[in-house]
Unconditional design. Sequence first.
Length: 324
Amino acid sequence: MDDATTSNDIRLREGSSIAQRLVVAGSAAAVALCFTPGLFTHDALEVIVSVVALLAGAAFVGVIMLTPAVVWIITPDEILIGRQRPFGKLQTRIVMKYDITGLQVLGSKTAKARFQLAFTLASGERLTSPPLADVTHVRDTVARIAAQFDVPDVEAPVNPLDASNPEMRLGEPVEPFSQRDIRIAALIAVALSVAPYAYRLWRGLPPNLIDFMLLPLGVIAAFAVFRFANLVTGAFWIIREGDIRVERLWGNGQPRADHIEGHEVKAITVERRGRSEDEHCIVVIRLQSGRRFRSPRIGSRNEARAVGAEIVRRLGIGPESDQI
């Protein structure tokens, strides 16, 4: 999937390979099969849970295996659309330049730096493309497509990661939690630790060792919430020519800022942080000093690679450190 402006054609892809689908589907099927012993019990609740788990697993596997892979090839004169379901035949469609009357750029609700192209045809039909992979050149890509298809008045998207911005912004500006929220979270931690002890006293039962151990743990948890709650607010990256400003918070809510320059970087990589390579990839920068900085979530691996490549360019990171 590559929509770089150095190629005459723009290629967009959406959908995992058959091998990736089989791995995910196999894992889901294995989890669902773990509930099969419940079908052979005499407990109605266990039977119901097992049936629901098996049906949910089958539905999940079906969705994974039946979702089509889509490929768009945008040339100066036409759009070639290919759609194929796993183990199915490839379906193709060609949209000619003269059929296109409008173009819009759609943002994503889940990822702010994800954009899709929505073409309006003369027939009134609306076609939505797979996401643009190179999120750092969205404006150039959209302007290029609008020019080659003679589509006027295409609104430029607001893209915090566009390379045309003097400052690329990753994540959201960090703000400390309110004292009210912190107090509520601390009280919940204490209440959860006291609940088993209080329940046994209410039932007239003597508290056991675990109940006594939970009491100090609740106090420790409440103290940790007061002291370290703001550490989980994440980071905000401002990527400029020559350096990156990383804004975070100390545990007490006070702001802190770190600066990363190119000569300090030992390695820059793209990693997955979460369940899916389509949604949870980030850029990781490791310094010569051993410190490691993980960016806010970007999106797919290709989107994260595009951001990482722009960071490499802006910081002047040498090829020996570039592991994108």
